[in-house]
Design a protein around this ligand. Structure first.
Ligand code: ATP
Ligand code: MG
Length: 179
């Protein structure tokens, strides 16, 4: 059975200090899946299976694949562990392979901007991947601190501004909301 394919796919970035970047990309994934598109999300620097989106995709959404390429622990920006760097680099290789193969219509590189900011992966490699992506593959890059060179290559950039967040009122991460 044939399925729809995008014709002129673009490059999107969701960045900024407010909440809503990863969840915006998941909203987009849901919308695309509803129309029969296939979505691949790779989560850099994340290694916890406790994210609701992993369980939802596995249980209910066969056309949304989510993989993680990080540890469960926080990464030190000043002194990242060897394993953090290796996993991020491996994640980038996976992303490149999935994008080049062109089987998925949307490829979401979740938190890739943070992996770049922490110097876990190489900006030039990411720019090459963006430049060489197949025409029908839409790319979404999320995370704070997007580099200027990625903004220059992107077609759409949304900056989520922090105005209020309950974290600053002492509300810690809530199941189903933050994870
Ligand atoms: P979400 O995954 O909820 O869409 P996000 O992708 O925009 O959030 P990240 O920068 O990836 O946010 O932060 C990861 C976690 O921190 C999420 O649980 C998110 O809800 C929470 N968070 C986001 N922004 C803030 C903030 N300004 N202060 C405290 N916690 C935040
Ligand atoms: Mg996020």
């Amino acid at each position: 059975m044939s399925r729809p394919r995008l014709t002129k796919a673009l490059v999107q970035v969701y960045t900024g200090n407010g909440k809503g970047k990863t969840t915006a990309s998941l909203g987009l994934a849901l919308r695309a899946v509803g129309h029969g598109y296939k979505v691949f999300m790779i989560q850099f620097m994340k290694g916890s299976k406790d994210y609701g989106e992993l369980q939802a995709a596995e249980k209910y959404l066969p056309n949304l694949i989510i993989v993680q390429s990080g540890l469960e622990t926080f990464v030190s920006k000043e002194n990242p562990a060897r394993a953090d760097i290796d996993l991020a680099k491996r994640g980038l290789e996976t992303a490149k392979k999935v994008i080049d193969e062109g089987h998925y219509d949307l490829v979401i590189l979740d938190e890739i901007n943070v992996a770049l900011d922490f110097n876990l992966i190489d900006l030039e490699e990411v720019l090459e991947i963006i430049k060489n992506k197949p025409e029908h593959v839409e790319l979404i890059l999320t995370g704070r601190y997007v580099p200027r060179k990625i903004i220059d290559q992107a077609d759409l950039v949304s900056d989520v501004t922090l105005i209020k967040h309950p974290y600053y009122q002492g509300v810690s991460a809530r199941q189903g909301i933050e994870y």
